[in-house]
Design a binder for this molecule. Structure first.
Ligand code: HEM
Length: 319
């Protein structure tokens, strides 16, 4: 019995030594500080997944603005100084965004790969974005977004019986609700078009706000998904993502009016150039909903916050 235990101890010890020798990356000259974490393979994944913001703040305090952490088998560089982003973006030619995009999207949203080399589609996804979100396509997209913003903010009194009754909300909740609803309707159109019935409009608004709750639940764990943790670890975020996907099946989307060129084109290309099944197709639309909202919502909040906070120009952060 003692001999077996000793053999096990030696094997475990050897494995630990092997891990220390080959499984740990050491900082090379000119590289940022590296944190390997204590658990083989996972590295810092558990701490990062539990609270990404707190994790990044504590590492920033310890190592400075730039550092590297091992997370689920990958070494990820973090850059916490917003004034350095520009220098990184300028090196775009040397960074393979596509490789990261394709892999991350599959991990986070659960659809089949968009990388033509994987054989599920022959579509050039980037071209679709160029055609439907820039240049000639942009003015009509802006016009639709503006109309929805006006509608959501100014005509919300149609839902309240008394016009004297103000709806009161915090700036954060206000920005999230207004921008999400307007952006959602701009991309995915309206189920009931211009139906004037108040009850049906209220029901439609409730559906969009329900989508917002699902979006927020899913968005919360997005950094952990990018880091490589499987979505099944996060039960409520998984069902939130699937709830969003359920509303984006082709038969549901085809009933909506004024669907954007982007989503219409994606539906056609999903059907004609890919072998994605219905669930995978719906999940690609969730990916676009996320891409269109995840940066927009916080950016709107912070812009409005700073505008109100520094309304007096002499206090503006630039002066
Ligand atoms: C403040 C708002 C936004 C910010 C800061 C932002 C930022 C970004 C960044 C940094 C990327 C990655 C670029 C790259 O990989 O080269 C990206 C990609 C993308 N964004 Fe935004 N975005 C915003 C709003 C939007 C909106 C409103 C949409 C509407 C549809 C959108 C759709 C996309 C799409 C489709 C991609 C992927 C592009 C591609 O792969 O070619 N974004 N965004």
């Amino acid at each position: 019995m003692i001999i077996v235990a000793l053999i096990w101890a030696v094997v475990v010890g050897l494995c630990c030594l092997l891990w220390l020798a080959v499984g740990i990356r050491r900082r090379q000259p000119g590289e940022p500080t590296v944190e390997n974490g204590l658990i083989p393979y996972l590295g810092c994944a558990l701490q990062f997944g539990a609270n990404p913001l707190q994790f990044l703040h504590s590492r920033q305090k310890k190592y400075g603005h730039i550092f590297t952490c091992k997370i689920a088998g990958q070494y990820i560089h973090f850059l916490c100084d917003p004034f350095s982003y520009h220098s990184v973006i300028r090196q775009g030619r040397h960074l393979d965004w596509r490789k990261f995009h394709f892999a991350t999207s599959v991990k986070a949203f659960g659809h089949d790969s968009f990388d033509p080399r994987h054989g599920h589609t022959t579509e050039n996804l980037h071209q679709t974005f160029l055609k439907t979100l820039q240049g000639e396509a942009l003015p009509s997209l802006i016009e639709t977004m503006m109309a929805h913003l006006q509608d959501v903010m100014l005509r919300s009194d149609t839902l309240s019986p008394s016009k004297d009754q103000w709806e009161v909300d915090g700036i954060f909740a206000f920005c999230y609700k207004v921008m999400f609803e307007s952006g959602y309707l701009t991309l995915f159109g309206k189920e009931l078009g211009e139906d004037k019935c108040q009850a049906r409009q209220a029901a439609q608004k409730a559906l969009v706000l329900n989508a917002l709750e699902n979006f927020k639940e899913f968005d919360k764990i997005f950094p952990a998904l990018v880091a490589g943790l499987p979505i099944h670890v996060f039960k409520s975020a998984y069902s939130a993502r699937e709830n969003l996907a359920k509303t984006m099946h082709a038969e549901k989307l085809s009933k909506r009016e004024n669907v954007s060129d982007l989503i219409s084109m994606r539906m056609i290309l999903n059907d004609s150039l890919s072998t994605f099944n219905d669930v995978s197709k719906a999940r690609t639309h969730v990916a676009l909903l996320w891409a269109s909202q995840a940066n927009t919502l916080p950016a709107t909040f912070w812009s409005l916050f700073y505008m109100i906070r520094y309304a007096d120009k002499s206090l503006s952060p630039c002066s």
